[in-house]
Design a protein around this ligand. Structure first.
Ligand SMILES: *[C@@H]1O[C@H](CO)[C@@H](O)[C@H](O)[C@H]1NC(C)=O
Ligand SMILES: *[C@@H]1O[C@H](CO)[C@@H](O)[C@H](O)[C@H]1NC(C)=O
Ligand SMILES: *[C@@H]1O[C@H](CO)[C@@H](O)[C@H](O)[C@H]1NC(C)=O
Ligand SMILES: *[C@@H]1O[C@H](CO)[C@@H](O)[C@H](O)[C@H]1NC(C)=O
Ligand SMILES: *[C@@H]1O[C@H](CO)[C@@H](O)[C@H](O)[C@H]1NC(C)=O
Ligand SMILES: *[C@@H]1O[C@H](CO)[C@@H](O)[C@H](O)[C@H]1NC(C)=O
Length: 642
């Protein structure tokens, strides 16, 4: 009931905001974002494995009241690699995982040692913010394989004050080990990890406010609790690359005593893709058994415990905002709320876990409140974690060294203003100019699952995926290292139940017909493009059948070409990939690219994304042909079309 009222209120609020947009534009022009002082403070709350698609935000009333209703929510925000450590490294460096080569949790493929050996400890966000005069603070989990043995070789750079959770105790809710500044690690047996994080966060906030008062130095404070991650016992102290399902036990997250009794009747939302009767997806996902009652009950309990652990975070949102308000600096502080990657429980029959390119794993919360940011607004521009470092830099008027290429771009936090710091180049002039409709999602190696029915490792599950959201299309396209393909039309199939790609279809075989109800927009898209051999007569959008896509489909050719550029993109190529294919700039979106005059170019001119072997990490030789720019749409042809 309360939620119904909330959603009605929310709907009205959105409508109201929509009606107000025009007058607001004028008002905002008179009151630009610089209403924030030149150097605003930034508070970043980063949770661990928090879902957007299992409704976790609905159980956080303070988050709703202080951030969602007082700030803007970016509904199409994505991580680019759905695994803690690689995702965090991409977030802190502004680089795609294929450019950090931190692709996993542990060496040699990932973890803190890999972050250091790749040279990022000298060159990542906090270092740049410090150089720009910010005091930087961090409390909680930074990376994986950041351990009681390696925390000082070297210390994580760039923090004015830090208090890190360290492996192998990072995920012990009741036996955490923290390591402050350059001190020795301290064990907190018996204390509740997130309560300790909150206390330490307040300590750093006090320091930050003091430095602001005394020396006029702004701050960047990150609070990164482990909630709602599972409770993990890591058995091997030395985190080597020899990970097996014996090296860690992943149990349900443990709530604080005061929250243990909450949400007793709550269960994982029974969306159509929850433990479905028909298996879906490719590869190992298609082979998962349906979960029995006992398994489902165990997973529901897991879910309730996640919501309970988030209550401490929700309390913290309230207490940190109160402190900012008390200090009189709330109006000059940006507050960001997000998580490293999403999470899934039971969708597509999966046990608790992440790492796939399904929406549950990659589409994550991003809520921003601060000076000049519209209140209660939902924004639908496609943004990713690699955009966060550029966004923070833009707010702080800071920059990396010129040789350092960021793969993301600053998010226009208000639809009404060119840039938050008056720097027009930093942000597209308006949302209409936001070039990004794509997300390049990557994964390498082993996909793990958690809990007593999980604890399985699925090796050889490297993939490249493309999530693309435009006005008339909303698609997920995945290519696994087995060369299996998946294509989901998320307008008609938001739960990703019907794989439209017919992997088994030999080019000359007759096409299969899929029976599904599809929306008019996607029907128009799919029917108007021969996805395979067009055997049917003229497109009928009320028909309950259409052809499956295949390697021969013009749409797939476009998606392949885009992914081809993205899989090794660097810098501007990652945000403006069509420019690589069409250097003249004539094609700037999938819509433009779908023009039939380019059919031949896409069908025959560009190599296809494919793998020759499944690897544990980013072994370039096994990832097929690479984009080198020589296949760009021929200039002369383009001239001819003008
Ligand atoms: C807590 O961690 C310490 C090591 O830091 C260990 O010695 C102790 O046995 C642990 N206690 C529990 C209850 O697991
Ligand atoms: C994990 O361990 C179990 C034994 O506990 C074993 O049967 C299973 O094959 C292992 N699974 C993997 C490698 O994922
Ligand atoms: C499509 O929708 C109609 C009613 O809207 C329903 O009767 C029919 O069963 C649906 N078909 C499929 C394949 O879902
Ligand atoms: C398309 O299908 C028709 C009829 O099934 C067949 O005659 C034709 O050869 C096919 N064309 C291609 C290009 O596969
Ligand atoms: C994973 O792939 C590698 C290389 O293709 C192969 O040697 C290995 O046998 C595969 N392992 C499994 C468990 O499929
Ligand atoms: C990524 O790191 C791995 C492990 O060190 C290495 O084998 C691989 O060559 C690197 N990949 C690239 C593209 O540099």
């Amino acid at each position: 009931m309360a939620r119904t009222i909330f959603s009605i209120a929310w709907g009205l609020l959105c409508l109201f905001v929509a009606i107000l947009v025009k007058p607001l534009v004028a008002q905002q022009e008179q009151q630009p974002l610089q209403a924030a002082k030149a150097r605003p403070n930034i508070l970043f709350i980063l949770t661990d494995d928090q879902d957007l698609h299992m409704d976790s935000l609905s159980y956080m009333p303070n988050l709703k009241r202080h951030l969602i209703e007082r700030g803007s929510t970016f509904t199409n925000h994505y991580c680019t690699v759905a695994l803690c450590c690689p995702s965090r490294v991409s977030l802190w460096t502004g680089k795609a995982a294929h450019n950090t080569n931190v692709t996993d949790l542990h060496p040699p493929w990932g973890g803190y040692p890999k972050f250091v050996s790749q040279g990022f400890n000298e060159d990542y966000l906090p270092v740049w913010l410090q150089a720009a005069g910010y005091n930087t603070y961090y409390v909680g989990k930074l990376f994986n394989a950041h351990t009681v043995d390696n925390y000082h070789s070297p210390h994580a750079a760039g923090w004015t004050g830090s208090d890190f959770l360290l492996d192998p105790f990072t995920y012990r809710y009741l036996n955490a080990t923290f390591q402050r500044n350059h001190d020795k690690p301290v064990n907190y047996e018996g204390s509740y990890s997130t309560d300790v994080v909150v206390e330490k966060a307040h300590g750093f906030l006090d320091d930050a406010i003091h430095a602001l008062d005394e020396k006029d130095e702004p701050f960047f404070l990150t609070v990164a609790p482990i909630a709602p991650h599972s409770d993990v016992i890591i058995r091997r102290k030395i985190i080597s690359g020899q990970v097996s399902n014996q090296s860690a036990t992943q149990a349900p997250p443990i709530p604080a005593d005061r929250h243990k009794h909450l949400f007793e009747d709550v269960v994982v939302p029974r969306n159509p893709n929850f433990n479905p009767d028909t298996p879906g997806g490719a590869s190992w996902i298609a082979k998962l058994p349906q979960q029995d009652e006992e398994n489902v009950e165990y997973n529901d309990d897991w879910y309730r415990n996640r919501l309970r652990t988030l209550q401490v975070v929700d309390e913290m949102v309230e207490s940190l905002i109160s402190r900012l308000s008390e200090a009189g600096i709330l109006e000059n502080t940006y507050i960001f709320y997000s998580t490293d990657n999403g999470y899934s429980i039971g969708q597509h029959r999966r046990q608790p876990g992440k790492q796939c390119a399904f929406e549950e794993d990659i589409n994550v919360p991003l809520i921003v409140r601060g000076p000049g940011i519209p209140q209660g607004l939902q924004r639908d521009l496609v943004t990713t974690h690699t955009d966060l470092a550029p966004t923070f830099l833009s707010l702080a008027n800071a920059a990396p060294p010129s040789k350092f290429e960021l793969d993301g771009q600053a998010i226009p936090l208000s639809p009404f203003q060119p840039a938050s710091n008056g720097n027009v180049d930093a942000v597209p002039a308006s949302v209409l100019d936001w070039p990004q409709e794509h997300v390049n999602v990557e994964m390498w190696g082993i996909i793990m699952s958690e809990g007593k029915y999980g604890m399985v490792q699925y090796p050889n599950h490297t993939y490249k995926a493309l999530r693309i959201v435009g006005r008339t299309y909303n698609l997920l396209y995945t290519i696994w290292c087995s060369n299996e393909h998946e294509l989901y039309d998320m307008t008609s199939d938001p739960y990703q139940l019907v794989n439209l790609y017919n992997t088994n279809e030999a080019p000359e075989e007759s096409v299969s017909i899929v029976h599904a109800n599809i929306s008019e927009a996607s029907c128009t898209l799919i029917q108007s493009l021969p996805l395979g051999n067009t055997t049917s007569e003229s497109p009928n959008c009320n028909a309950a059948g259409f052809e499956k896509a295949s390697a021969r489909s013009p749409l797939v050719h476009r998606l392949d070409a885009l992914l081809m550029v993205l899989k090794t993109c660097v810098g501007r190529q990652c945000t403006h990939p069509w420019e690589s294919l069409f250097p003249s700039g004539k094609v700037r979106s999938l819509t433009d690219a779908l023009d039939s005059k380019y059919d031949d170019f896409f069908a025959n001119g560009v190599d296809r994304v494919q793998f020759t072997q499944c690897e544990r990490g980013y072994i370039a030789e096994s990832e097929g042909p690479m984009w080198d720019g020589t296949q760009a749409f021929p200039m002369y042809e383009e001239m001819a079309y003008r």
